[in-house]
Design a protein around this ligand. Structure first.
Ligand code: SF4
Ligand code: SF4
Ligand code: SF4
Length: 350
């Protein structure tokens, strides 16, 4: 928590002094304070209320990113409105435009380089999409559906990038157009005062449209599969970036294998269906690139055998539970009463 606070304080003051833009001071202070509040609350709350610490952080960081940056409210402090598309398409537009603005910085820090250090902490503590989805009632997963479903996120990733490239290359629709800008990109300076009105900034509509689609698909998948995190497991294109660094992350869940009694309580509560006990038995940290560092497993372990650890290792194959592991696909051998999604204890989730 202290390290996190220090990193954000350094970013806030360092970038402000370096660039002269007070936006950085506001931006990184708000994010840093939100994370420190959530992480500070975590050890203070009793076990059953610990998820609220994480949700607080999600709501504060995610809410700031959504309303402050995406909807442009933070820029009101500077007397102008300049919403920035924080969705992955916005990142591509800014990257292709050759300008390192909030979305590029956000993707680099939280989603591309950051996971090599702090794993998928973004997914556990900050993402605005799951800040909403985590409130749905299907908190315990019955395991993942077939591996083919997971390919959907790669398809989504390629389609998003492809759309931006086609618009850029063939329709002359790039960053200036998404910003509703008059003039050339090299003239872009902050605060952005050359954009007329909110309604002329298609960046805002890209952001709202993208989020509406994410929330819609996320809720539909969660309802259909009885799993709040179904969107993260099968459809989120950002996970393609996050998974790269998380395999090599310095921060991972580690276990004291001597203390572990193989009760599997941690696995039953893991929202990402990770086979924790297999990692423990192999004497490894949880190198699975699906771990979102939500700390649920550490809080439910009756032996306190799990904790956040620092170290150097590399994950290879992800070990996760699938529904087929509990219920054989062959209908002839499937026990009749075990139809429908169930938790790992065999209880129906319907
Ligand atoms: S996988 Fe995507 S939707 Fe899920 S928490 Fe991570 S960034 Fe958010
Ligand atoms: S909950 Fe704790 S004791 Fe039980 S299997 Fe997990 S790590 Fe081991
Ligand atoms: S392994 Fe633990 S920290 Fe990782 S996703 Fe599962 S419950 Fe969360």
């Amino acid at each position: 928590m202290l390290v996190m606070g220090g990193v954000f304080a350094t970013l806030a003051i360092g970038l402000w002094q370096l660039t002269g833009m007070i936006f950085y001071l506001y931006n990184f202070t708000i994010i840093g304070v939100s994370l420190v509040l959530g992480m500070g609350l975590w050890p203070l709350l009793p076990q059953q209320h610990k998820p609220w610490a994480r949700r607080l952080s999600q709501l504060l960081v995610g809410g700031y990113m959504f309303f402050g940056l995406g909807m442009g409210l933070i820029y009101l402090l500077f007397g102008v409105i300049s919403p920035e598309n924080m969705q992955i398409e916005g990142f591509w537009f800014w990257l292709l435009g050759g300008i390192s603005a909030a979305s590029v910085m956000h993707y680099l820090i939280a989603k591309i380089v950051g996971p090599f250090i702090f794993n998928r902490g973004w997914c556990g503590w900050s993402c605005w999409t799951v800040a909403l989805l985590d409130f749905l009632p299907w908190k315990k997963s019955a395991g993942r559906v077939s591996r083919r479903w997971e390919h959907l996120r790669y398809l989504h990733f390629v389609l998003g990038l492809g759309l931006v490239l086609i618009l850029n290359c063939f329709y002359d629709y790039g960053l200036p157009q998404t910003l509703g800008m008059v003039g050339d990109l090299p003239e872009l300076t902050f605060p952005v005062s050359r954009y007329a009105t909110l309604w002329e900034i298609s960046e805002l509509w890209w952001f709202l449209g993208g989020n509406l689609a994410y929330f819609g698909v996320g809720i539909l998948l969660a309802w259909r599969l009885r799993d709040n995190r179904a969107f993260c497991k099968y459809f989120c294109p950002v996970a393609v970036f996050l998974k790269l660094g998380s395999r090599a992350s310095l921060v991972k869940i580690g276990a004291d294998s001597e203390a572990c009694t193989d009760c599997k309580v941690c696995e039953k509560h893991c929202p990402m269906d990770i086979r924790l006990t297999e990692y423990i038995q192999q004497g490894r940290r949880v190198t699975c690139s699906e771990c979102i560092l939500c700390l649920t497993c550490t809080s439910v372990c009756p032996q306190q055998a799990l904790q956040v650890t620092f170290g150097g290792d590399l994950g290879t194959k992800d070990l996760v539970w699938r529904r087929s592991d509990y219920f054989p696909r062959d209908r002839a051998t499937r026990p009749q009463k075990k139809t429908g999604p169930r938790d790992r204890g065999g209880r129906s989730l319907l």
